[in-house]
Design a protein around this ligand. Structure first.
Ligand SMILES: Nc1ncnc2c1ncn2[C@@H]1O[C@H](COP(=O)(O)OP(=O)(O)OP(=O)(O)O)[C@@H](O)[C@H]1O
Length: 622
């Protein structure tokens, strides 16, 4: 077991308070890149190491299986392997599967694999016409009702003020939901949200279930708490009962799933629900350069929930009383400032004051069209790669999937390899499955060798070599996959054994946690949450895309602002912003008017930040 004091090394003062306050209600309000994952993993490990927790009585909850796998893996390295780290859904399903036979009898009903398909069948029963796209929107509406913990009647009352799927009225949607629930019951099936609803129902109605569940888990930690839905919050309260050992961590500025039912008010209201809560603010950003931090702060200046440490040192910012993320003194300065100062400054001019990095150092590219924008970005990436950057450290982020098309073209023309996040499942590739199996088999008999040797011997037998084959196509793809596994060896801590390495691989396989391959990442802003890269390009920063055309009203525009904030704060050393002046008609959505060219306006957020524009390949503009 790890020494308790060793677990506190490498934490800053606030992180240490979070880590050592192992009992009672704790709320960690953490800005982007401030080390919240570090804080909660060290807190759990410290609680285990000091004997405050029995590991099997701790439950760490996340919202994605990737995040749960990441927590498990970090906890294992910190000596807290027995702790449960799960998504809300997986924790609820495991309890439901255990208690269903006792309480109801038989097995848990089968989970439906496609809500839209079952809704289609339900629509037929009430003679409602809906095409595939409409059914997907209607499925989202069903999900919203359920995660908001509303009955169909309560939904009917709220729906009158909601923007509903196009072409459907409240009555039709209510009838469809009734038909859907009926059909589901007849078929003895449940959907994703029913798992939480049924689990909650059992704890509420069966005292013995409530007793057993609460006996098992005593200490709760919730990561990304700003994303909690009313249904998840309800279940969490049932799990807790009258206990108070709950630690939540989150960043209200990164709430980007309100449309799907996430509610940051549970995070922001934690201290008023628990008036003796320990509230810790993590505001020192360890990830990004001062210029990137300044860009993020300007965007969030004065916003509610902008989690910050101290007033930025300008009179203007001080006056606004906004608190801002700070970059640590030792943060790298980042790339040389762009755009360049206009030439021709007289040499006799008084010495310039020292340069204070700011958002004005972040380049903003302007191009005529989407493809010109994509090509400008591809060219910039080529320069970065030529200067020694690794492709896997570069990401291009955008608002809607359709924007990837121009990028794919431009990157292919430029010969830059890329992967689209979420587009392929690495561990489903046959060569990867085979490699994991063989590594596992070898790890049973081989021990004591350096990890690199054990893994590379197995992978060589499958076709890996130190240098990449000079070819494109299947052979090269196979090499890339095996090399991605080798790159996990490079990232592994020195003390990791072969057996532990294969444990990790299998864990990642179960969670689809892909290792980085040597390629630039293309991802939507939503799917970039929680990740970081050395260099990040944010594309399409025009009205209609950021904010998206269908966002209306303060709340929705603010969610777009937070999405932009998430994008900015993914960058460690270099951030490049860009937009195209012409494209599809911004007011009518990105993909609705393909082929039609319309003037675009640059994003209002760029103006708020005070960005200057550099024409792609041209000169700065005010
Ligand atoms: N005390 C510290 N000293 C040095 N580096 C740290 C410290 N705490 C965190 N970091 C580093 O800062 C970066 C951000 O940490 P982490 O990923 O835990 O942040 P986060 O708060 O979860 O970020 P986000 O919410 O933006 O995804 C990581 O590279 C991490 O190693």
């Amino acid at each position: 077991m790890t020494e308790p004091s060793a677990l506190l090394r490498g934490l800053d003062d606030e992180q240490r308070i979070a880590a050592t306050t192992v009992l009672g209600p704790v709320c960690i309000l953490a800005g982007a890149g401030t080390g919240k994952t570090r804080a909660i993993t060290h807190r759990i490990a410290y609680g285990v190491a000091t004997g405050a927790y029995a590991p099997n009585r701790v439950m760490a909850l996340t919202f994605t299986s990737r995040a749960a796998a990441e927590l498990r893996s970090r906890l294992r390295l910190l000596g807290a392997a027995g702790v449960t780290a799960r998504t809300f859904h997986s924790a609820a399903l495991s309890q439901l599967s255990y208690f269903w036979p006792q309480v109801i009898g038989g097995q848990v009903p089968r989970l439906i694999d496609s809500k839209a398909r079952l809704l289609g069948h339900a629509a037929e029963t009430i003679k409602l016409r809906a095409d595939t796209a409409a059914l997907r929107d209607l499925a989202t509406e069903v999900e919203w009702r359920k995660v908001s913990n509303l009955t169909i009647d309560q939904y009917a009352a709220k729906a009158r003020t909601r923007s509903l799927p196009v072409g459907f009225g409240v009555e039709q949607i209510v009838d469809l939901q009734l038909a859907y629930e009926k059909l589901k019951d007849e078929r003895r099936q449940i959907d994703f949200e029913d798992v939480l609803l049924a689990n909650a129902g059992m704890i509420e109605t069966e005292a013995s279930v409530a007793f057993q569940v609460r006996e098992q888990y005593r200490f709760f930690v919730v990561d990304e708490y700003q994303d909690v839905s009313p249904l998840q919050q309800h279940l969490l309260e049932l799990w807790l009962g009258d206990r108070r050992d709950l630690c939540v961590v989150g960043d209200a500025s990164q709430t980007i799933y309100s449309f799907a039912g996430a509610r940051s008010d549970y995070l922001l209201g934690f201290a008023s629900r628990y008036d003796d809560a320990t509230v810790v603010r993590l505001e020192r950003n360890y990830r990004s350069t001062p210029a990137i931090v300044d860009t993020a702060n300007r965007l969030m200046r004065g916003r509610q929930g902008a989690l910050t440490l101290q007033a930025v040192e300008s009179a203007d910012a001080a006056a606004s009383a906004a608190r801002a993320l700070t970059a640590p003194a030792a943060a790298p300065a980042g790339p040389p400032p762009l755009p360049p100062e206009p030439a021709g400054t007289p040499s006799s001019a008084p010495a310039a004051p020292p340069h204070v990095p700011s958002a004005l150092d972040v380049p903003l590219l302007e191009a005529d069209t989407d493809i010109a924008e994509a090509r400008a970005v591809a060219q910039s990436i080529i320069l970065e790669l030529a200067a020694g950057a690794k492709a896997q450290d570069v990401a291009i982020l955008y608002r809607v999937n359709a924007q990837a098309a121009a990028l794919e073209t431009a990157l292919a023309e430029a010969g830059v390899s890329y992967q689209i996040r979420g587009a392929r499942r690495f561990f489903d590739l046959p060569e990867v499955k085979q490699a994991v199996m063989q590594l596992r088999a070898a790890s049973v008999s081989i021990s004591g060798e350096p990890l690199f040797k054990s893994v590379s011997d197995v992978l060589r037998s499958l076709g890996w070599s130190q240098s990449a084959p000079e070819a494109r196509g299947a052979v090269r793809d196979r090499w890339e996959s095996l090399n991605a596994i080798m790159s996990l060896v490079d990232q592994a801590p020195a003390e990791l054994t072969f057996r532990q390495f294969t444990d990790e691989l299998m864990e990642r396989q179960a969670a689809h946690h892909e290792p980085t391959v040597d390629a630039v990442t293309l991802a939507t802003l939503h799917s970039a949450k929680g990740l970081e890269w050395e260099s990040v390009y944010l594309l399409g920063l025009s009205e209609g895309l950021v904010p998206i055309s269908y966002a209306s009203g303060f709340e929705q525009i603010d969610e777009e602002r937070r999405l932009f904030y998430v994008g900015i704060t993914r960058a460690r050393r270099r951030l490049t912003l860009s937009w195209a002046t012409r494209g599809q008609a911004a007011t009518e959505g990105y993909s609705a008017n393909r082929g039609r060219s319309a003037e675009r306006e640059r994003s209002r957020f760029l103006t708020e930040i005070g960005m200057r524009t550099t024409r792609a390949g041209g000169t700065p503009r005010g």
